[in-house]
Write a protein that binds this ligand. Structure first.
Ligand code: ZN
Length: 332
């Protein structure tokens, strides 16, 4: 059953089920459904042959494998360097991480805007990846929507949800910049480790603002482009973000041999600008995260808390800190 808040991404009209596709009653645009997951990406993408081959293999393994089996299968087909493949596999398998991020979001949101709107009945996980951020939402909310452009990731998510006996999550393949959702639907939206893959941030924030209910919460973390403390998290080398954007790809290729694509690290200033344009100048904060969801010892939080209270210094450090939390409320 299609949730009532889902609509045509092209015209926001009503979608109808039709065998193995969805058709818009208003603009007649047709959308495929793969493995029971509607493909509501708009604008429509070109066919991706490499992905099609991967999906065929995943479909064959799907019924015989559990979640970790599918993660290993995906890792075995990766063209990346071995240390990165195992890092991504560990990252996907660490399903408790989603809970840690969610708790941090709740706590920080509560510090700034007061009690989070848990009483709202549906939540959105934007860029749900392989599903770890959906698990805590499925406990706290009556219904959850997981949105992700990558179908192989969604298949892994589907497996994880089945394994955890979670039945109140609906998955849709879609882009963050054109959400297939009616206005004013969600009390909570979070995006875990997603902003640095968005490329066009302001249009995505505008969509989040549109689909949130008044008073609704948006929380995301973002790896900082100008981080001076740690290695770039996707390719594990330093200083990539300090280069002009056009130099990043050749530099990473030169240093590691890896292809640096689908990554667009953001600075504090870029996130700030996108928030001002969409949520308005007074409805957001960009602040220090807690360190333990990223795998650092909790005792380090004391240092972060002290720094965060020193005027001017706090902003200077935040501008070069590994990650930021971006937290906003829809006010009208
Ligand atoms: Zn339509």
């Amino acid at each position: 059953m299609l949730p009532t808040y889902i609509c045509c991404p092209k015209c926001r009209g009503t979608l109808e089920q039709n065998d193995n596709s969805l058709i818009c009653r208003d603009c007649t645009q047709q959308y495929p459904v793969n493995f029971n997951i509607p493909d509501l990406r708009w604008p429509r993408p070109e066919d991706d042959r490499r992905q099609q081959a991967l999906l065929t293999r995943l479909a064959v393994s799907y019924n015989q494998s559990d979640f970790s089996g599918l993660v290993s299968m995906l890792s075995a087909t990766s063209a990346e360097a071995e240390h990165l493949v195992s890092m991504y596999a560990d990252y996907r398998l660490d399903i408790r991480r989603g809970q840690k991020f969610y708790r941090m979001f709740l706590e920080r949101w509560n510090d700034i805007f007061g009690k989070p709107p848990l009483s709202f009945d549906v939540a959105l996980d934007l860029g749900c990846g392989t599903g770890k951020g959906l698990l805590p939402l499925a406990t706290d909310y009556a219904g959850v929507l997981g949105i992700e452009p990558d179908l192989p990731s969604l298949l892994l998510t589907k497996k994880l949800l089945e394994q955890e006996n979670i039945t109140n999550v609906y998955l849709v393949q879609a882009y963050a910049q054109v959400l297939p959702v009616k206005d004013n639907q969600f009390g909570w939206c979070h995006a875990q480790n997603v902003l640095d893959h968005l490329f066009r941030v302001a249009p995505a924030f505008a969509e989040i603002h549109r689909v949130l209910k008044t008073g609704g919460a948006f929380c995301a973390d973002s790896h900082n482009r100008f981080d001076i403390f740690s290695k770039e998290p996707h390719v594990k080398i330093r200083w990539v973000g300090w280069l002009p954007r056009a130099w990043m790809k050749p530099y990473v290729k030169f240093r590691t041999g890896e292809v640096y694509e689908d990554i667009h690290l953001l600075s504090v200033f870029e996130v700030r600008r996108a928030f001002i344009q969409t949520f308005g100048p007074h409805n957001f904060r960009i602040i220090f995260p807690k360190v333990e969801p990223y795998g650092y010892p909790a005792t380090w939080n004391r240092i972060v808390t002290i720094i965060s209270k020193i005027p001017l210094i706090n902003f200077a450090i935040l501008a070069v800190f590994p990650s930021q939390l971006a937290i906003a409320q829809k006010s009208d």
